[in-house]
Design a protein around this ligand. Sequence first.
Ligand SMILES: *Cc1c(COP(=O)(O)O)cnc(C)c1O
Length: 400
Amino acid sequence: MADIKSALSHLECSKTGATYDPFKPMTLSSAGAPLLARYDISKAKRTLTRNALTHRRTDMWRYTEMMPINNLPGLHTLGEGGTPLRKAPRFKDPYGLSSLFIKDESVNPTGSFKARGLSAAVNAALERGIDTFAIPSAGNAGGALAAYAALSGTRAHIFMPADTPSAFIQECRSAGADVVLVDGLISDCGDKLHHLNSSGEWFNVSTLKEPYRIEGKKTMGYELFEQLDGVLPDVIIYPTGGGTGLIGMWKAFNEMEELGWIGSERPRMVSVQASGCAPIVRAWQHGQSKAEYWQNAKTSASGLRVPAAIGDFIILDILKKSNGCAIAVSDEEMIHYSNEMAHLTGIFPAPEGGATLATLHSMLDKGLVKREETIVLFNTGSGYKYLEAFSNSGKKHLAN
Ligand SMILES: *Cc1c(COP(=O)(O)O)cnc(C)c1O
């Protein structure tokens, strides 16, 4: 493992294809679009084989060649990634779902899959000489940044909506981050950050505004392939805010095809949003290739309270190419199905995780999925930070 190196070769603009140096701190391309990391696949292929993986570390850094870090021994890690893909046998009867799985991201450090993205972003930035970070966050991203900043002894400035549930704020403060509460939504937090950071002294690790959070999240795609013994599922149901995970997994599938692990087959990708904040669903329904800003975004699933996603055009393209779809569910449904997931699997999910089960039910009703297909629901976080959401709307549904 010691002699295995990253095969990172360049950064590429997701709009124009222009290339950039990956060893400098980078944000957006000059066209204002997200930058994607590209690797020297023929180099990676020499050491990254399915067989070689059986002898490696079990966290997300096992895909070393396809990760943007050179200094592996100096890595700041809390063991992110390598989460279980749990079979959900109690959905066979009464629902007839014979191959339903839950990718349980709640067991990541800081209780959500944000740990993958922020670990990758912080470690890559440290290698590129950065020591001060900033982020607008509706919840879990702030906690994850705070943790990796604490671990590496660097500074984090976190901008959160003032009505963010206390657990999210407390975990940032406990880890020593500077938390600024903003009256408004995550987009207003982004504006405030931008305003206070006019000198550009803080490195902004907002979703897709730097190139490497997506590299952390893409590892979920590699893990699914390994955990399903070398095949991809038929359907992936994913709660979508900024879309980093969806874009990341799609990128992983393309990389795996280049590595010769899979062919051109892909899962149907399904984006789930909250009916109180569903810009991607609205754009999908109208056949648009970009999403408009969602006014008055409201949902207790903080990871879904994202009124505008900078990667909207990429998400919509993936839904189309994969033959997938986008579906909105209400907060009541999310809590109801979070409780059902807990009840039938023992996993206490974030409302975002419950939203994927709600979506599965609605897809079954509409005939959009067959009961015997291999279906993966993403439980992206733990329910523990969302107790207010459960106690506010859970009572009506306790009978279930
Ligand atoms: C951030 C977040 C999401 C949305 O993730 P994206 O990849 O940005 O779309 C979903 N669920 C939870 C729990 C989150 O924290």
